[in-house]
Write a protein that binds this ligand. Sequence first.
Ligand SMILES: N[C@@H](CCC(=O)N[C@@H](CS)C(=O)NCC(=O)O)C(=O)O
Length: 216
Amino acid sequence: MAKLDFYFSPGACSLATHICLEEAGATFTPKPTYTRKGQTRTPEYLALNPKGKVPMLGVDGHMLTENTAIITYLNRSYPNAKLLPVGDALKEAEALAFVAWCASGVHPVMSRFFGPQNFCDLPDSADNVKSLAAKATAGNFALIEKALGTKDWVFGDWSAADAYIFVFYNWASKLGLDLAAYPNYAKHAERMKQRPAVQRALAREAEAMAAMDKAA
Ligand SMILES: N[C@@H](CCC(=O)N[C@@H](CS)C(=O)NCC(=O)O)C(=O)O
């Protein structure tokens, strides 16, 4: 098996990959890299990943970025974990399309909440940026709610798609967004918290966060 180094920031979208690593039973070295402390923007980190983002997975020294790509790699490397539907090319591609939409359609909209000034720097524009982000997020969450329907998991069996949408539900809860219109999504988040792999990933992230706060 390849030597894996996992770069993540507690609470960031890297949690999707973190959960998949745990679900796969992979052995990896955690490398907490705090976005809030600018640690993804240091010359050392940028030398590894010029995009300055987490997640990043070192695979025998090769740096792989983007949740979608890392999940694809883990799915191929740990087929027993079934991170994406196995054995049916169309179903696998559909799940990958969902994960790619999380990365390209849902995440960038929610990023506006965390850095409204990066999207519009006109004076007093932050509230407008956030209220447009809330509207667009509501549309995306309605699609997630519909994709879940009454199923336990987006694609019937658990998959990486469930890991990525869990990140957004956590963000929305922390932001205090109104989540009343998404009862299936709320139950999904509770189900996710029951999974041992999710508990291990969350515990490691909480530990890393506590260490960062202590060092601050
Ligand atoms: N499309 C990427 C998104 C990566 C991303 O935006 N990561 C954020 C954390 S949620 C980050 O590292 N931000 C740090 C920064 O921009 O300095 C993926 O899904 O992996």
